[in-house]
Write a protein that binds this ligand. Structure first.
Ligand code: ADP
Length: 505
């Protein structure tokens, strides 16, 4: 039918193994067992490419949150996990990574069906990214260290002190993740916490719970002890909020919108939980006059259209020097017009739908607000006539700094393009945002790049590339884009407490 309505292909049928998995009874992973929600309530999961229900998952309530916290607490206080030899934890995390690798094709299919992204992208980005992340963080388990120090404590004649600082796992961690990279975000959260000996309660986004549940099956298969990882599917306002308020949790790690990040900060303050937040962005792409126009066109198109623009570091504000603005924007318009929309499991698809009806409406609402405020739509600007949640790749020009499309995070395939003349002007414009997650600079002038980098208020600055991440490269935001950094050594610091020990000898 859909081919009659538009040129978007029909979603091919999923494989029988994925059909069997998504047809399983709705359940939660608590203390190493698959259990139903106490209330028996369930939530529907939709295929964004068709808008039809494909699965149901359990909706965890307050009682389930209590059960999961009790299991994680017991596993932390008296279970084997924090006491295990670090090398044994490392080996279990590697085993989990190997299992992800063995099931890579299945994960790519699940991720595509659940989120809408293409199976191809999931198979080259999300799934290997998650696998590599567990491997990278597994290595940290054996590398935690402390320091000894000199002290000058006076007042005790003849006394000597042996003083050192040790690192200990922070405890029970609740990890709340979004829907744009469901498996990879789960890996970013679980891997460092598990490496240092924390126990976890993972809450995937209600729109995309499936890959976390499959990961839960592999966590059991790998032999990670009961209670070390608990997985609660459910809504943000209920399950998520109950986790954040729960007195039995030591730390909240959250990736999602700035709006929810603020709510979480406030709620977690009541029990002074440790909080790390990776929030929204409105990342500038700054193109200097000497840049290679063809390279910029390809790079800027990827920066905004990768994952249908549903990326917290998406290059959503384009600033091009006046001398090459028209060429860059014409090239981008042509590139955007050629992107083939379709369902994620169809091999010919280059860009999938957005994750949900709500997100599609939100993005279309932003485009409309831009039009009303006087912006011009060069390409796209609408949804194809199709029941899936598609939005055409969109480029807007004639925008002004105060417009909502320039100021707010759209989280969809919508680029706003602006001209600049002077470097000072573009620095001011790029930093004129409550966000500060990422930015990219496009130039072959090394000196100009080095002068610009320190002036841009962002947690990551890319030069002649965009959206590149690595487990060893700290990731996080300035300003309202977050608190703390993920990846690398700093992620280990985030999941540990320092203990100063001062011993009279
Ligand atoms: P988006 O707006 O892009 O859907 P959200 O920030 O709402 O992103 O969601 C990210 C994650 O936060 C999801 O797992 C969601 O269920 C969860 N969440 C949403 N609201 C709350 C809340 N009030 N408390 C805790 N978690 C929440």
């Amino acid at each position: 039918m859909s081919t009659v309505l538009s040129d978007i292909a029909a979603q091919p049928a999923p494989s029988s193994s994925v059909r069997a998995f998504i047809g399983k009874k709705p359940r939660l992973l608590i203390n190493g067992e698959w259990v139903e929600a106490r209330s028996g309530k369930t939530l529907a999961v939709f295929d964004p490419a068709t808008g039809s229900e494909i699965a149901r998952v359990a909706e965890a309530g307050v009682e389930d949150v209590d059960r999961a916290v009790a299991a994680a607490r017991a596993a932390f206080e008296s279970g084997p996990w924090p006491e295990m030899l670090p090398a044994a934890r490392e080996a279990l995390l590697w085993r989990l990574a190997d299992l992800i690798e063995q099931h890579a094709a299945e994960f790519a299919e699940i991720e595509s069906l659940d989120n809408g992204k293409t199976r191809f992208m999931a198979s080259i980005v999300d799934v290997p990214g998650a696998r590599n992340y567990f491997r990278y963080m597994a290595g940290w388990a054996t590398k935690i260290e402390g320091t000894t120090m000199q002290t000058s404590i006076g007042g005790v004649p003849g006394a000597k002190f042996h003083t050192y600082v040790a690192r200990e796992p922070v405890g029970v961690v609740a990890q709340i993740v979004p829907w744009n990279f469901p498996l990879a975000m789960a890996a970013w959260k679980l891997a460092p916490a598990l490496a240092v000996g924390c126990t976890c309660i993972l809450k995937p986004a209600e729109q995309t719970p499936l890959s976390a549940l499959r990961l839960g099956e592999l966590i059991r298969e790998a032999g990670i002890p009961p209670g070390v990882v608990n997985i609660l599917t459910g809504l943000g306002e209920t399950t998520g909020a109950a986790l954040v308020a729960h007195p039995g949790i030591d730390k909240i790690a959250f990736t999602g919108s700035t709006e929810v990040g603020k709510l979480i900060s406030k709620s977690a303050a009541d029990t002074v939980k440790r909080v790390s937040l990776e929030l929204g962005g409105k990342s500038p792409v700054i193109v200097l006059p000497d840049a290679d126009v063809n390279g910029v066109v390809g790079g800027a198109a990827n920066a905004i259209f990768f994952n249908s623009g549903q990326v917290c570091t998406a290059g959503s504000r384009l600033y091009v020097h006046r001398t090459i603005f028209d060429r860059v924007v014409e090239g981008l318009s042509a590139a955007a017009g050629e992107i083939r929309l379709g369902p994620g499991l169809d091999q010919a698809t280059q860009m999938g739908p957005l994750v949900s009806k709500e997100q599609q409406e939100r993005v279309l609402g932003y485009i409309e607000s831009g039009r009303k405020q006087g912006a011009a739509v060069l390409t796209g600007g609408e949804a194809p006539s199709h029941p899936g949640y598609f939005v055409k790749p969109t480029i807007m020009v004639n925008v002004r700094p105060e417009m909502r499309v320039v100021r707010e995070e759209i989280f969809g395939p919508v680029l706003v393009a602006q001209r600049f003349d002077q470097l000072d002007e573009v620095v001011k414009a790029a930093n004129d945002s409550p966000y500060g997650l990422g930015a990219s600079i496009w130039t072959n002038n090394l000196s100009a790049a080095h002068r610009l980098i320190p002036r841009i208020k962002a947690g990551t600055v890319w030069v002649n590339c965009h959206n590149m991440v690595d487990p060893n490269m700290p990731f996080g935001g300035f300003k309202q884009s977050g608190v703390g950094r993920e990846h690398g050594r700093v992620a280990i610091d985030m999941y540990t407490e320092l203990k100063s020990v001062c011993m009279l000898v």
